[in-house]
Design a binder for this molecule. Structure first.
Ligand code: UDP
Ligand code: MN
Length: 336
């Protein structure tokens, strides 16, 4: 198994924290494969040292940028140009087969069986299921493939400006050629699927093996109080993925923060490496007072259908029935 590895990428400290949690989750579930982190030169020394304790190999790579502002703007993700850096993973030719995992993924059980799959195996993207999502994929490192991928980028660019567009352009027969290259969705469960298809989440969510915190707000963008186990941030986003977000934060605060603190010694934390809040109530400043205290809501309880409509219109009652704790306990009952 020494020639097979899980690989992730972090160009700066935010994603490095994600990579640490991912690496820890793979270790906790006793992977027999090597762990490799590709990092950008911007990752701080503290974070690099912690990554080296969790991963077998930490390799500094050049940061590539697609520079394709137009397509990235269409997705409202100007930050994603640097995901081109992901293509470096094909240069890890000391390994015969690898599984790439985004730094915003979390492993919930052992997933070593992924190495039985061939290049390029991946799960469907929840937004356009004829494309694969490039957050988790099986590949074979090869300088030849790497060269062809870079050539493909130069000639065709990326239809979304990021790595997912390039990879889907390059492995363009994924949707139709070989069903064994379609990973089940449970290997890359996008947290957004929880609210886009709740009945399916109720039915199958308990089987999830990898959760992917896809989208602009990442787990490390929130703050967390380890004593009360409360998470704060953009309330509507936190509320849509509470169970997994809490899993991420529990692992981060119990296993990663102590390492960062140890590594860091007496010096001040480097910016972006550790933001650790210890008094964070769920009350969100973004929720207008009026929406929580209108007499109609207090005096007449809404029917389930009315509440659904309000939720879909973006008018969730985060301070009351739709509070983070209520949603979490509801989802917990589905997962059990
Ligand atoms: N990434 C990175 N730095 C960045 C943006 C992305 O290292 O500034 C890496 C990281 O591994 C991340 C992956 O590229 O998980 C893909 O980006 P992201 O997860 O933000 O995209 P999404 O899954 O939300 O589409
Ligand atoms: Mn991701």
């Amino acid at each position: 198994m020494a020639d097979q590895a899980f690989v992730t990428l972090a160009t700066h400290d935010g994603y490095a924290r994600g990579a640490m949690v991912l690496g820890k989750s793979l270790r906790n579930h006793h992977t027999s494969r090597k762990l490799v982190a590709l990092i950008g030169p911007q990752v701080s020394d503290t974070c690099q040292s912690v990554l080296k304790r969790i991963f077998d190999e930490v390799k500094v790579v050049d940061v590539l940028d697609s520079g394709d502002a137009t397509h990235l703007d269409m997705m409202k993700r100007p930050d994603l140009g640097v995901t081109f850096t992901k293509l470096h993973c094909w240069t890890l030719t000391q390994f015969s087969k690898c599984v790439f995992m985004d730094a915003d993924t979390l492993v919930l059980s052992n997933v070593d069986e992924l190495f039985e799959r061939e290049e390029l195996s991946a799960a469907p993207d929840p937004g356009w299921p004829d494309c694969f999502n490039s957050g988790v994929f099986v590949f074979r490192p090869s300088l030849e493939t790497h060269g062809k991928l870079l050539q493909h980028c130069t000639e065709h660019g990326s239809f979304d400006g990021g790595d997912q567009g390039v990879l889907n352009g390059f492995f363009s027969d994924w949707a139709t050629a070989d069903i064994s290259k379609h990973l089940p969705f449970i290997y890359n469960l996008s947290s957004i699927a929880i609210y886009t298809y709740l009945p399916a989440f109720k039915q199958f969510g308990g089987n999830a093996k990898v959760v992917h915190f896809l989208g602009k707000t990442k787990p490390w963008s929130y703050t967390f109080d380890p004593k009360s186990k409360r998470i704060t941030g953009e309330a509507h986003e936190a509320a849509s993925q509470p169970t997994f977000l809490l899993d991420w934060w529990t692992l981060y605060s119990s296993a990663v923060v102590p390492m960062l603190q140890e590594q860091h010694g007496d010096q001040p934390f480097q910016s972006g490496c550790v933001e650790y809040c210890d008094t964070v109530p769920i009350e969100s400043e973004e929720i207008p007072e009026a929406s929580c205290s209108s007499p109609a809501q207090v005096e007449t309880p809404l029917s389930s259908e009315q509440r659904k409509q309000k939720w879909e219109q973006g008018q969730a009652d985060y301070m009351g029935t739709d509070s983070f704790d209520n949603i979490k306990s509801k989802l917990d009952t589905f997962l059990k």
